[in-house]
Design a protein around this ligand. Sequence first.
Ligand SMILES: CCCCCCCC/C=C\CCCC(=O)SCCNC(=O)CCNC(=O)[C@H](O)C(C)(C)COP(=O)(O)OP(=O)(O)OC[C@H]1O[C@@H](n2cnc3c(N)ncnc32)[C@H](O)[C@@H]1OP(=O)(O)O
Ligand code: FAD
Length: 665
Amino acid sequence: MTNPVVQKVNPMLTEERAKASFPVEELTYILDGGKFNTEKRREIEELVTKDPNFEHPPIQFMTREQQYSLAVKKALLVQQRLKELDMLDDPYASYFFRRIAMPREVSPIGLHWVMFVPTLMGQCSDEQRERWLQRALNYEIIGTYAQTEMGHGTFLRGIETTATYDPSSQQFVLHSPTTTSIKWWPGGLGKTCNYAVVVAQLHTQGRCHGVHMFLVQLRDESTHRSLPGVVCGDIGPKMGYHTIDNGFLQLNSVRIPRENMLMRNAEVQPDGTYIRRVSNEKLTYGTMVFVRSLIVSDAARGISEAATIAVRYACVRRQGEPSSPGAPEPRLLDYPVHQYRLLTCVANCYGLWFASEVLRDLYFTVQPDVLEGRTERLPETHALSAGLKAVGSNRGAACVEECRRCCGGFGFSEASGLPKIYNDINPACTYEGENTVMLLQTGRHLLKCVERARRGEQLAPSDAYIRSRPTPQPKLAGGPLTADLLLGWLRWRSLSMLLEVSGRFNSFIEQRQAWADAFQAVSRRLTRCAEAHCILYVGQAFLDSAKAAENPKICGVLTSLCRLFLLNEVVSGAGDVQLSRSDLARCQDAIDSLLTELRPNAVALVEAFDLPDRMLCSVIGRYDGQVYEAMLQWARQSPLNATDVHESYELYTRQFLAGRSLAKL
Ligand SMILES: CCCCCCCC/C=C\CCCC(=O)SCCNC(=O)CCNC(=O)[C@H](O)C(C)(C)COP(=O)(O)OP(=O)(O)OC[C@H]1O[C@@H](n2cnc3c(N)ncnc32)[C@H](O)[C@@H]1OP(=O)(O)O
Ligand SMILES: Cc1cc2nc3c(=O)[nH]c(=O)nc-3n(C[C@H](O)[C@H](O)[C@H](O)COP(=O)(O)OP(=O)(O)OC[C@H]3O[C@@H](n4cnc5c(N)ncnc54)[C@H](O)[C@@H]3O)c2cc1C
């Protein structure tokens, strides 16, 4: 991919940039977690941009096979470069190197570093780590995470693949007993990987002990041919994710050594005796908690890319009736409704960005304890990572789509870069736990919190408000609509909704319904409670970050953006609780005022994300704002334009026009 040649900057963008009321660079430092990180990220981006090995024509003009092949090359080249630069052990540097080298092109070896390596870290005994982890970190072996089957994705306990221990050979026999038990979806499984962590039902001494993990070699390490008993391949084209070989895997009585069961939490001894070392069996699901927390930040980054494109385009695109004769047509960004559509996406982006940082810190605080078997804060971490994964990816997909629509027809063209971002973000609503199911996990946790609060027990910090007494609805039509007041209202809303659903749930229990039936009866409402709880978390993280900004100008603009986020939640969630007409009207007026206030900072707020053209890959979101000439250049690259007359003319159209039958051709 080549960066568009930066031409003279479109004066309409220069004009907008000059309106910023705060130092954009300082906000970039905040978003990056410090000036040092910004500088390091830029150095890495520069390295990749200068490297001709990462240059190629736009992938959108390539076939899927070409896209996959190129992605394998780039993904492996990234690893080589990281090694040469001695950056392999630096997760920050590696992340940004991969991101700029393969912008929104999912890597065929992505599962290796997102799930395979973390699973080895979290699920192996110390001895197993010694044996495999370094090989995996050195990319001597390339692995994936094979859990989902054709027949079971969400309901993990229903997985059918079996791992049956044979004490005579001290081996496990891995087997796919049915068609529905064939592993389906794992990333990189089809063609790229030679190992997999396989999730299977453990059988030993005639008993099933539930799902456990096993390291299975799939392909020969030198020839890459699939090993005897292993049938695997690519699952075919998808809605997006063209660069990765999501695969299938059928195991026909494949034997692996006993030592290949991941034994941090449980063990099968040579004679077949099963020993569980920790009582909480959900520790096997640890990698998913980790990846769910990453997805929240990835969703925020996706919105940041789409919003940068759409806001820049809205500055240079004129469309509509001039305000006076001879005046130019208005810019899209001059329309209040357009400002609303874009600025609410920007507000969601900042909210999720800051929330993902708080969630990441929580994960890394809790994880060392969990690894040692102390699981007190695991339920909170699981509930938050599941719920925020759902809210983040739902919002991510919705905001990217809104940005795409904001760009009209060009938004539908791959030239805009927006379909690529959307197709990369959207599957996150499904993978790593389908979003509705994830919200139900959060809801289940919240119901239990209400019970524990009634018993006077302590709750984890993010759940603590559930212990407070119900209060009357905070009035919004009185004094100023401060961010603190709005956040208080969202806290009140979350608690009210939860108490209402919990009361309903308890009445089913009192009518002697089974727990599971009562849960199903309130499940629809419970997903809304989970969303409200997560939005409260996002709002709190947003406001805390705004207040923490040392520069008063940045503090001011972030607080205004946070108020827009909170007000929009109040207005769009007005159906969940009774909001008076006067409160609603007040909030709507406040939104209108905020749009006017924030509009001059629209470009500055997205450019604080500091996304180079190479990252955006967008004809309409270019830094220089020279959209139209670049659009024509893009179209000229279409393979359909390689000749003036396409071969289909001779083959079909000419015959058709001559009245000949096409049926025999
Ligand atoms: C750099 C950025 C890149 C980011 C992007 C990454 C790109 C990677 C691309 C693709 C990767 C995709 C990988 C995958 O999709 S892997 C497969 C993922 N599969 C799933 O997520 C399956 C979803 N299903 C489940 O997680 C579970 O089955 C379940 C839905 C949670 C239900 O489980 P189960 O029926 O066993 O449990 P219960 O509902 O009965 O609950 C029992 C108690 O366990 C608690 N629980 C459940 N899960 C966890 C967990 N993970 N951790 C801790 N505790 C857990 C639950 O709360 C219950 O507790 P209670 O106290 O109420 O009994
Ligand atoms: C791009 C992509 C990459 C993936 N990568 C991997 C990978 O690397 N490794 C891997 O193992 N898997 C992977 N997956 C699989 C993914 O994790 C599953 O698709 C996901 O967990 C959902 O499972 P499912 O497809 O079986 O859907 P189902 O579980 O059949 O769900 C279908 C629908 O039913 C609803 N539903 C299901 N159960 C309930 C319930 N209890 N209550 C209410 N509603 C319910 C869901 O909300 C959903 O809308 C990937 C999937 C995709 C799309």
